[in-house]
Design a protein around this ligand. Structure first.
Ligand code: NAI
Length: 372
């Protein structure tokens, strides 16, 4: 059964003062559209948030998790869609930002029927929304969804996609760390530097491998002891307790676990000179980011540092899609993370603004350039 198209809450041009209610959610993040998706047959309740479109399309992963309320789900989708817009823009990629959120526990509620149902909603957006995996969804889910939509950014190689993009994400984070080292110590070399990695998942473990190969001394933490044991074994990494990693005495801290890693309660305890990692929304707020900077810590803006995961997206949205990926083009985006991280510092210096603000300015300048 084809699910009905849900009503659109469009807010293209604000001509009135912001109001309370659902539109205020879009006003808060200056977003374009929210689509509420409901399919009684499969139990699907989901949100597609489109922050912006460039050349007609927007991209962003699908997060599946339980939410306290429907409004929380809408707010999360909109906030994440805004972050995707900044990520694409800062990378100079002509794709707008969007996000899908499926309300439910992936361990309990995820079924192939539910995924196919969400895929139909993606398809109904007529190429305006391209979906990908995110927290709570994976490559197998994309294969299930591919039965009802071809508007997907991430797909396993076996299904004609670019495969595991945590490889390019880790490479990009490595570039961001090297750029921060350049800023602080005048050399991008990580040899001999003490680098703490919080989270040894898909990105963190690959980052550890790259940094160890370049001669960094690693200190690692993960709630999964098997992963830290593997890093100790493979790279001679020192293992510390998860609660202690952020305050550990290292040169560089690379948060590669969850968002809000640096927050009100630990910002004053950071001893690293550099913070650069993969985690999205690494700071609990821009105030916390400013506090860290005021303490003399150099940080890479998250949506610049972790953009290695989107480097195939402009190729995935092309129709007809090429039958092979342009690896040089993707590599160009990944390698560019080094320069873009430095560019943020240059803008901050020239404009007298925080790194966070400078990152947004870089995104805005690139967005204007890509739209032309
Ligand atoms: P993942 O789920 O594979 O790995 C996360 C790791 O963090 C797991 O090993 C987990 O056990 C560990 N962890 C969880 N809580 C922890 C804590 N309190 N202390 C220490 N370790 C903890 O996730 P993945 O894919 O490696 O992503 C890591 C971060 O990077 C996430 O924030 C994600 O949103 C972000 N990101 C990932 C991209 C990708 O290509 N996979 C792209 C862009 C951003």
């Amino acid at each position: 059964m084809v699910a009905n198209r849900a009503p659109l809450l469009a807010c293209p041009h604000m001509t009135t003062e912001p109001r309370d209610g659902v539109f205020s959610l879009l006003d808060e993040v200056d977003a374009r559209k929210v689509v509420l998706c409901r399919d009684a047959d499969t139990g699907l309740r989901a949100v597609i948030a489109i922050h912006s479109t460039i050349r007609g399309c927007a991209g962003g992963g699908i997060r599946m998790k339980p939410y306290g309320s429907d409004l929380d789900a809408c707010r999360d989708a909109l906030r994440l869609a805004g972050a995707m817009a900044s990520k694409y823009a800062a990378a100079g990629m002509a794709v707008g930002g969007a996000k899908g959120v499926i309300i439910g526990d992936p361990a309990i509620d995820k079924t192939p029927e539910l995924l196919r149902s969400f895929g139909r909603f993606v398809e109904e957006q007529g190429g305006e929304y391209f979906a990908a995996e995110d927290v709570g969804t994976n490559g197998d889910d994309m294969i299930a969804m591919a039965e009802t939509t071809d508007k997907l950014l991430s797909l396993p190689e076996s299904a004609g996609g670019p495969g595991d993009v945590s490889v390019t994400t880790a490479a990009g984070v490595c570039h961001a760390i090297r750029a921060c080292c350049q800023r602080v110590w005048g050399s991008p070399d990580v040899e001999g530097r003490n680098i703490g990695i919080q989270g040894l998942g898909q990105v963190g473990m690959k980052l550890a491998r790259l940094l160890a190969a370049d001669g960094a001394q690693l200190v690692v933490a993960d709630v999964d002891a098997a992963r830290t044991a593997a890093a100790a074994d493979e790279f001679g990494a020192r293992v510390v307790e998860p609660k202690g990693i952020c305050a550990h005495d290292v040169d560089v801290l690379a948060p590669c676990a969850l968002g809000d890693a640096i927050n009100d309660s630990n910002v004053d305890t950071i001893r690293a000179r550099v913070v650069a990692g993969a985690a999205n929304n690494v700071f609990s707020s821009s105030v916390v980011a400013d506090q860290l900077q005021a303490r003399g810590v150099i940080y890479a803006v998250d949506f610049v540092a972790n953009a290695g995961g989107i480097v195939y997206d402009d190729q995935m949205v092309q129709r007809p899609r090429a039958d092979h990926f342009d690896e040089e083009r993707a590599k160009h985006y990944v390698d560019g993370i080094f320069d873009r991280t430095l560019m943020v510092f240059e803008i901050a210096d020239a404009e007298g603004v925080s790194f966070w603000r400078a990152g947004l300015m870089l995104a805005e300048r690139s967005r204007v350039a890509s739209a032309e």
